[in-house]
Each structure stands twice: as structure tokens, then as C-alpha cells.
Design a protein around this ligand. Structure first.
Ligand code: NDP
Ligand code: OXD
Length: 308
């Protein structure tokens, strides 16, 4: 049996050899040359074309090249087989570091200094200590939980929001739609690292911004359609939100004419929060392939009914 690989961004010529380091007898096939489709029982993919995976009649498992699985669940013809999310150290560290970096930038108001430097203005500003700053994290899963663990020793007052009740050391817990308002009301810096689901779509909107403390800031590293873009522009204009850092967008790459590019209060990064580096990620995938081959339970299975 064989594994089919598809990704417009992750090179097959790197991933094939990396996987074979761990599983030398792996039959690794690329999308353009799948051979007999009936021989394919595993897929390793990022954003395969709609209907593409349905062409493999004996597919038994799909390994996602991403933590989010919206790039698979969008496909109405996705085979009804387990989808395993990417959970591996380099992706987790990358995203958690991204969150720490931008929480620190917002906390220390680095945007102010960048603006002052451009204008050649020497004006001192001292941010209050981290222990006075309330950080709210939307999404307390693998990535949000790890980011919270990195932020905790810095001293921030941390809170997190999940779908089900969740305990993370040093993080005040909130869960469910009823507790979202309370969480954002105590968030000077709000971070979204939520998956894309029908429930998270348009979550970062005018109503939510109005509940945040005046002058609070936003970091969105979850998915672009969580943000109502015009509502953010309005909240920045009114001063309700002081600044935003955005890594994910409704349209990626962000179109050249998008107002976010040149907005003085918005920092744009090109969906670069984190990425699975093949050196570590292939090992994690190989371990799951071996579990699959041995009929053992697979970790980090996404739930189509929940969308993540
Ligand atoms: P997990 O599945 O481990 O965690 C998801 C978290 O979101 C869980 O705490 C879950 O709650 C919570 N959640 C989901 N839906 C809701 C909801 N409706 N209301 C409240 N909480 C909700 O995923 P990861 O942490 O691994 O990844 C999260 C997302 O990060 C990905 O889906 C992707 O969109 C994004 N991402 C972005 C990257 C980037 O480069 N910018 C890189 C990698 C991922 P519960 O704990 O109750 O299940
Ligand atoms: C992911 C991503 O979901 O890169 O892994 O966004």
C-alpha cells in the first residue's frame, strides 16, 4: 500500500526522503504520478483540490500537513476516513513564539517606536510591567495552550477561552459563547488562535470589540474569516482598538490593494506564524503511519462534526 502526497507549498522532494529516513519501505507517491489509485491507502496533504482525494477508493487515513483542517473539510467529497491534524514540535514552537513576540510588541508598544523612528522623534515611553497587563487567548488547544505556557513566566495576567471547560496552569479559564464577553472584557491584548469553523466565523466583530477595554489590541493568528475586516478598521478609527497584528486573512496572499497593508495601526505578516519543519514533522507523521500500519489508535484526530 502507498501514501499519496499533495502540497503546493511543502516540497515532495524533501518530505519523501525525510519520511523514508524513518520508514525506509514507505511507498511515497506524488500527486502527478499516483500509479494505481487502488494502491493508495494514506494521504499526506495541504489543500488538495476538491474531489481529489475521492479518487482513491481504498484511502483509509488522511494526514494533514497543517494543524488546521479547514483546507480538507471544505471538500464536500472528502472521503469519510480519519483526518489526523499536524501536531509536532516545530509548528507548535513557531506559532507559540509568534504569539509571544507579538504580545510583547503590543505590550511594549513597539508600533509607537517604529512610528517615532520614521518621524525621527525622540520621545520616551515606558510600558507598565507585564503583571499589570491582561492577555486573553481565544483557543486553548495545542497552540494556544503552549503560547500561554510561554507567556506565563513573563508575568501577564492570562485568561483563555475554549469550547469545553479547560484547565491550563496559570490561565483563568472561560468557555462557551456565554463566557466570551467576560473574557474579552478583561483582555488588554486579545489573541485568536482558533480553528476555522462555522462557530468561529466573524467572531472578531464590532460587538466583541465594543466589549473590550478601550484601547485594547488584537492579534489574529487563527484564520482570516474570524475577523470582520471593516469592523476592525472602524474600531481602529474610533480608538476602541489601538492596534492589530494579523497573520491570516480571508484572501491569501493579501491582495495588493487591501487597506490592511498600509494601515498605520496594523501589522501584517504573511501567514507565517508557524510551519511544520520536515526534520521534526516527518518524524511525527512517520510515527502516525506506523500506528496506522499496526492498527493502533491515532492521536489528534479532527472531528468533522465540530469542524476542527
Ligand atoms: P486545537 O484543536 O488543539 O485547539 C483548538 C482550540 O480552539 C481548542 O481549545 C478548542 O476548544 C477551541 N475552540 C474551537 N472552537 C471553539 C469555539 N467555537 N469556541 C471556543 N473555543 C473553540 O488546535 P491547534 O491549537 O493545534 O490549532 C488552532 C488553529 O490555529 C488551527 O486550526 C489553525 O486555524 C491555526 N493555525 C495558524 C497557524 C499560523 O501560522 N497562523 C499555524 C497553525 C495553526 P476545546 O479545547 O474545547 O476543543
Ligand atoms: C496550520 C497553518 O493550520 O499553517 O498549520 O495555518
Amino acid at each position: 500500500m502507498a501514501l499519496i502526497f499533495y502540497s503546493p507549498i511543502n516540497p515532495a522532494e524533501v518530505w519523501g526522503p525525510e519520511l523514508k529516513k524513518h520508514i525506509p519501505d514507505l511507498d511515497f507517491r506524488v500527486w502527478e504520478e499516483p500509479g494505481d489509485p487502488a494502491e493508495i491507502d494514506m494521504a499526506l496533504c495541504w489543500k488538495p483540490p476538491a474531489g481529489g482525494l475521492a479518487k482513491f477508493p481504498n484511502l483509509k487515513v488522511i494526514f494533514s500537513l497543517a494543524a488546521g483542517v479547514d483546507h480538507l473539510f471544505y471538500d464536500p467529497d472528502l472521503p469519510d476516513v480519519p483526518v489526523v491534524r499536524m501536531v509536532e514540535p516545530s509548528l507548535t514552537a513557531g506559532v507559540a513564539e509568534y504569539i509571544v513576540l507579538h504580545v510583547m510588541r503590543h505590550h511594549k508598544d513597539q508600533l509607537r517606536f517604529a512610528e517615532q523612528q520614521r518621524a525621527k522623534v525622540w520621545e520616551e515611553y515606558f510600558a507598565p510591567p507585564a503583571w499589570t497587563r491582561r492577555v486573553g487567548i481565544l483557543g486553548l488547544g495545542v497552540l494556544g495552550g503552549t503560547a500561554a505556557g510561554m507567556l506565563k513566566p513573563i508575568g501577564f495576567q492570562l485568561a483563555g477561552w475554549s469550547r469545553s471547560p479547560k484547565q491550563v496552569d496559570g490561565v483563568e479559564p472561560f468557555h462557551g459563547p456565554d463566557q466570551l464577553g467576560d473574557l474579552v472584557a478583561r483582555s488588554d491584548i486579545l489573541v485568536s488562535i482558533l480553528p476555522k469553523t462555522p462557530q468561529t466565523e466573524n467572531l472578531l466583530n464590532a460587538d466583541l470589540f465594543a466589549k473590550m477595554p478601550r484601547g485594547a489590541s488584537l492579534i489574529n493568528a487563527g484564520r482570516g474569516d474570524q475577523l470582520v475586516e471593516q469592523d476592525l478598521l472602524d474600531a481602529l478609527e474610533s480608538g476602541q482598538i489601538s492596534q492589530a497584528t494579523l497573520d491570516v486573512f480571508r484572501t491569501e496572499p493579501l491582495p495588493a490593494g487591501d487597506p490592511f497593508w498600509s494601515h498605520p495601526k496594523i501589522t501584517v505578516t504573511p501567514h507565517s506564524g508557524g510551519d511544520p519543519f520536515p526534520e521534526t514533522a516527518a518524524k511525527a507523521v512517520a510515527e502516525n503511519i506506523m500506528r496506522f500500519r499496526n492498527g493502533e489508535p491515532l492521536p489528534n484526530i479532527a472531528h468533522p462534526e465540530d469542524g476542527y
